[in-house]
Write a protein that binds this ligand. Structure first.
Ligand SMILES: Nc1nc2c(c(=O)[nH]1)N[C@H]1C(S)=C(S)[C@@H](COP(=O)(O)O)O[C@H]1N2
Ligand SMILES: [Mo]
Length: 359
């Protein structure tokens, strides 16, 4: 195993950090101590023995479970899935015009196996109503401070997603118990959705008529139109960020690298949730000409990422490299970050470009 290197830390408290892209690309399954961390408050460290998660709201029998009960009384399921922050690649939007939030490069994403119990099994055990118009809210243990607001972390997902087989209450990551920074002892894993819905340090699950009223759900993770500003944005009119867009990034070489002219292999990741990545195009002249990368994707793991690589001949000089993925409906990424700029800096999915030199 390569020696671990420190993450790039955007903020120490709350702790927000991502791996360098070339390092991230080393593994298909991102090790827990390489995997980005996004937190909005302190990292809680609850006692495992006294830890409980409650299930309530529109259920026949409100219940609480210890970790031992979740591990022992329910079928264990494992899903390999990407977790990605809605703010991943915000630095590319920042380059267009100032945005709010940490300037994530393309490393606020990781792929891991998550093991635990199906949320649907736990909801069934409590006799939850399952009208697809309902919502399942997650409450967490961490105290958060965001934009002058103080609150306990909370989010929700629609019942239709909550009852999908891929949605887990996970206690293990890559076969080992969750680490504190990734949500120990229990977190939600909502594959395909923005990382924000995968509540860490989970303590309560509530079946309810409306989405969570917590600041994170009701105000914060919203996609606003390009003309909205912090003063004019109406949270009720922002789109709730759930499904993540088609995206791809060049991990190697690094931006501004200087290489030896000649053959070099470009590597990166691509992701498409509902449809799957069908093709990845790479350009070494800023997007005038393209050729196709070799894709590595496990058909049995539909929620995981697609890793790609492509050997190219780089002449001496300066070059702008670009990548864009296509999904199975023939849709591709917008060319420019300007096309989807929004003041909160969410869902940057334009062609990823880097500048390199070769001598
Ligand atoms: N309780 C709690 N859950 C949380 C968060 C948080 O701050 N508190 N951050 C969310 C966000 S925005 C993301 S992107 C993912 C990050 O998960 P990770 O730190 O394990 O990579 O956790 C989500 N779950
Ligand atoms: Mo996030």
């Amino acid at each position: 195993m390569p020696q671990l290197e420190p993450r790039i830390v955007h903020s120490a408290n709350p702790y927000n950090a991502e791996p360098r892209l070339g390092f991230l690309r080393t593994w298909k399954l991102t090790p827990a101590d390489v995997f980005y961390v996004r937190s909005h408050g302190d990292i809680p460290r609850p006692e495992i023995a006294s830890f409980r998660v409650s299930v309530g709201g529109r259920v026949r029998a409100p219940l609480t479970f210890s970790l031992a009960q979740l591990r022992g009384d329910f079928t264990r399921h494992t899903v390999e899935a990407v977790l990605q922050c809605a703010g991943n690649r915000r630095s590319d939007l920042q380059a267009v015009k100032p945005v709010a939030g940490d300037p994530w490069a393309g490393g606020a994403i990781g792929n891991a196996t998550w093991s635990g119990v199906m949320l649907a099994d736990v909801l069934r055990a409590a006799g939850a109503e399952c009208d697809p118009a309902l919502h399942v809210a997650f409450d967490s243990l961490d105290d958060c401070h965001v934009e002058g607001h103080a609150f306990r972390y909370g989010v929700s997902i629609p019942m239709s997603k909550a009852n999908s087989a891929e949605v887990l209450l996970a206690y293990d990551m890559n076969g080992a118990p969750l680490t504190a920074e990734h949500g120990a002892p229990l977190r939600a894993i909502v594959p395909g959705y923005a990382g924000v819905r995968s509540a860490k340090w989970l303590t309560a699950i509530t079946v309810q008529e409306s989405p969570s009223t917590c600041y994170i759900q009701s105000q914060d993770y919203k996609l606003f139109p390009p003309d909205a500003t912090p003063d004019t944005a109406n949270p009720a009119q922002g789109m709730t960020i759930n499904d993540m867009p088609l995206n791809s990034v060049i991990c190697e070489p690094a931006d501004r690298a200087v290489l030896a002219a000649g053959k070099t292999t470009l590597r990166g990741w691509a992701i498409a949730t509902a449809r799957g990545v069908a093709r990845v195009d790479v350009s070494i002249n800023g997007g005038r000409d393209w050729s196709q990368a070799r894709l590595e994707h496990d058909a049995g793991s539909p929620w995981s990422w697609t890793l790609w690589e492509h050997e190219v001949e780089i002449p001496a000089g300066n070059h702008r490299l670009a990548v864009r993925a296509w999904d199975s409906a023939g849709q591709t990424q917008p060319a420019d970050a300007d096309d989807t700029w929004n003041y909160k800096g969410y869902l940057c999915a334009s062609w990823h470009r880097i500048d390199i030199g070769a001598t």
